[in-house]
Design a protein around this ligand. Structure first.
Ligand code: HEC
Ligand code: HEC
Length: 276
C-alpha cells in the first residue's frame, strides 16, 4: 500500500512521542503478562500477535508496570465509589446485588458475546443493570463513569488470556467484523488492515504503529489524559482516515470489537493500559 497515504493520515493525527522501546516483557505489580503469542488459525496474515504495550516508549511502558504509577487507577478508584452509589427509582447501587466486583473475574476476556441473538458488549451489560434493575439512566458509551466502571470490571481479569467465542451464533457477527476490518473507507481510502496488519512496527511521524489490539481497554491515553473506550478508539482511527465513523455502541463497532478481540486471542488482558 502507498506509504504516502499513510503519511497523510499521520499528518492528520496529532500523534505521539519518541520511540525508543527496548523492553519486551511486561510485569504488572510483579505479575508477568503475556504480550506476545502465536497467532491462532483464524487470524490470517499474521504469525505473531503483539500487545500495543510492546510498541510504546520505555517511559510509557513503565507507567503500566506499577499500579501506583498508572494514571488510569484514579478512575478505577472513582468506579469503586460509583459501585456503592445508590441511584434510580429502585434505590439500589451495584453493591446492593453484586457482593463484590471480584465476581466479574473472567468476564472481560469473553466479551463481546451473543445473548438472545444480539451481540452484547460490557457497556451493554452495565447499562442493562442500570435501566432494567436499578431504574437509573443509562450511561453514555464512552463517558467517564462508563469507562471507569468498565476499567474496574476489566481489571478483575487482568492477566487472563483473551478468548471470545467466534463460532455458532457468534459466527455471523464475526464475519461482519472481519469484513469491516478489511474494507477501505474514507477520503484516504484505507482499511484497518492497511495500518494495523500491513504496517505494524512502522514508524511514521514519530508514532509507532501497533497491531491495533484491544486487550488493554479501556486505556488511559497520555494524549487526552482520560480513559478511552474501545469504540472511542475505533472512532478516532476512522476520523484520521477521514471516514464517517460508525456510532459508538452500534452494531458495526460491536462486530468490529468481536473480530478484534478474536485477533488478540491469547494476549493477556491489561486493563487498564497506558498508551500515547
Ligand atoms: C437489582 C440487582 C442488580 C443491580 C442493582 C445491579 N445488577 Fe448487575 N446484574 C444483576 C443480575 C441479576 C445479573 C445477571 C445475572 C448475573 O450474571 O449475575 C447482573 C449482571 C451483571 C453483569 C454481567 C455479569 C456476567 O457475568 O454476565 C455485569 C457486568 C453487571 N451486572 C454489572 C453491574 C453494575 C456495574 C451495576 C451498577 C451500575 C449493577 N450491575 C447493578 C443484578 C443487579
Ligand atoms: C492511518 C493508519 C490507521 C488506520 C487506517 C487505522 N488506525 Fe488504528 N491506530 C493508528 C495509530 C497511529 C494508532 C496509535 C498507535 C498504535 O497503537 O498503533 C492506532 C491505534 C489503534 C488502537 C489502539 C491500540 C492499543 O494498543 O491501544 C486500536 C484498537 C485501533 N487503532 C483500531 C483500529 C481500527 C478498528 C481501525 C479500522 C476502523 C483502525 N484502527 C484504522 C492508525 C491507524
Amino acid at each position: 500500500m502507498a506509504l504516502r497515504r499513510l503519511t497523510v493520515a499521520f499528518a492528520i493525527c496529532a500523534a505521539g512521542t519518541a520511540w525508543a522501546q527496548d523492553n519486551n516483557s511486561l510485569s504488572v505489580e510483579g505479575e508477568p503478562l503475556i504480550t506476545e503469542v502465536a497467532a491462532p488459525d483464524h487470524v490470517e496474515n499474521l504469525d505473531t500477535l503483539y500487545s500495543g504495550w510492546r510498541f510504546r516508549s520505555p517511559e510509557t511502558q513503565y507507567l503500566q508496570t506499577d499500579d501506583f504509577e498508572n494514571p488510569a487507577m484514579v478512575f478505577v478508584d472513582q468506579a469503586r465509589d460509583l459501585w456503592e452509589k445508590v441511584e434510580g427509582t429502585e434505590n439500589m447501587a451495584c453493591a446492593s446485588c453484586h457482593a463484590d466486583v471480584a465476581e466479574f473475574e473472567g468476564l472481560r476476556p469473553t466479551l463481546p458475546r451473543v445473548e438472545n441473538g444480539e451481540l452484547v458488549a460490557m457497556e451493554d451489560l452495565v447499562n442493562e443493570c442500570r435501566t432494567e434493575r436499578m431504574g437509573a439512566e443509562p450511561w453514555k458509551w464512552s463517558k467517564g463513569n462508563m469507562t471507569a466502571m468498565t476499567a474496574l470490571i476489566g481489571l478483575q481479569s487482568r492477566g487472563m488470556p483473551m478468548s471470545v467465542a467466534i463460532d455458532g451464533e457468534a459466527a455471523p457477527f464475526w464475519e461482519q467484523g472481519k469484513d469491516l476490518y478489511y474494507t477501505r473507507v474514507g477520503q484516504l481510502d484505507m482499511s484497518c488492515s492497511n495500518c494495523h496488519e500491513n504496517n505494524y512496527g512502522v514508524m511514521i511521524r514519530a508514532d509507532h504503529l501497533s497491531q491495533g489490539q484491544i486487550n488493554g481497554f479501556p486505556t488511559y491515553r497520555l494524549k487526552n489524559a482520560k480513559l478511552n473506550s474501545i469504540h472511542g478508539r475505533f472512532k478516532g482511527c476512522m476520523k484520521n482516515i477521514r471516514a464517517t465513523p460508525f456510532a459508538e455502541g452500534g452494531p458495526e463497532f460491536k462486530a468490529l470489537e468481536l473480530y478484534l478481540a478474536s485477533r488478540g486471542q491469547g494476549l493477556a488482558v491489561e486493563t487498564p493500559s497506558v498508551r500515547n
